[in-house]
Design a protein around this ligand. Sequence first.
Ligand SMILES: [Zn+2]
Length: 196
Amino acid sequence: MKIVERHVIIFSIAMLITAIGLFIYLPFIGIERKPLTIDIEKLCRVDVDENEWKYVVLHHSATDAGNARRFDRYHRKKRKWPEGLAYHFVIGNGNGSGNGKIEVGDRWKKQIHGAHTANMDLNRIAIGICLVGNFEKDKKPTKKQFRSLVSLVDYISKRYNIPESNIIMHNQVVQKGTACPGKNFPYEQLIDRIGF
Ligand SMILES: [Zn+2]
């Protein structure tokens, strides 16, 4: 066999191995990257006039599991709120809804006030985001939940020109003490990641 022929064969085998390797590996990259490609702009799009949002208030559900539908039922039946789900967005933790999944509430679609703080004046201009979980206990938001939260708050704050000082936790709203969203809520990291 000539040296040139041998090189061609070795090169062909190497290319074949590389191709098989990529074929096996690429789908995994795709799955890994999927959560990052949430189209927040599309998710937040509404058919009505947008409200003049001035604040974002962050909450936890204080439950280990849940989703928008479950909280909606609770707010309608137990709290007797006809508009249902108090928050505008719910971010799942994989327990009751997808890990990092952002659910859009009816109040967002209708661009109406929330019911997520005891201050009604604030509720009219504050976007309520609830992360499923109890961060007052030993838990923190999941990585995917946090990533979704960063993307959502980043988009919202830029779209409505909401300054860093108006991205607040529920327990920063003046009212009778609430621990929400819990002592393990990564507020500083969130603000850092958004980079005002
Ligand atoms: Zn709260």
